[in-house]
Ligand binder design. Structure first.
Ligand SMILES: [Fe+2]
Length: 136
């Protein structure tokens, strides 16, 4: 397994702020891969989980608020998927507290599939819509 690098063709949602926020998730995934290689960094996993909680507050909420402001027709789909993300991070927190074996791998698999299925598919659908409202 290897990390994923942000790629303009695949991941650009054509809104600067949302791209910047998305890139933080790629940074977090990279940190997770570093932590997998360097097991001596015991605090890494907790730091990564906290980063993901911050990502929920800073990004998912901001994205929903922006889509709501302009009456995005597929807002519900976004909300439902974001809820799944929030629940999954809660689950990871509990797994961390219970010292779940190989939690790194579960998290890496989840984040990679989130990038492929959410950012690359669902998020990219709002680009033209937001651009048409003057949001870049
Ligand atoms: Fe989203």
């Amino acid at each position: 397994m290897s990390s994923i690098i942000w790629n303009k063709m695949k991941h650009d949602v054509k809104v600067k702020l949302l791209n910047e926020q998305h890139r933080k998730l790629f940074d977090t995934l990279k940190e997770l891969y570093n932590a997998m290689e360097d097991k001596s960094d015991k605090a890494a996993l907790l730091r990564i989980i906290n980063n993901l909680s911050l990502y929920i507050k800073e990004h998912l909420d901001a994205e929903e608020a922006l889509l709501e402001k302009y009456n995005y027709p597929e807002l519900e789909e976004q909300r439902e998927q974001h809820k799944l993300f929030v629940n999954k991070i809660e689950e990871f927190k509990k797994d961390f507290e219970n010292n779940k074996f190989m939690l790194y791998f579960d998290m890496a698999i989840f984040l990679k599939s989130w990038i492929a299925n959410h950012i690359e598919e669902i998020d990219k659908k709002y680009s033209d819509f937001l651009n048409s409202k003057g949001i870049y």
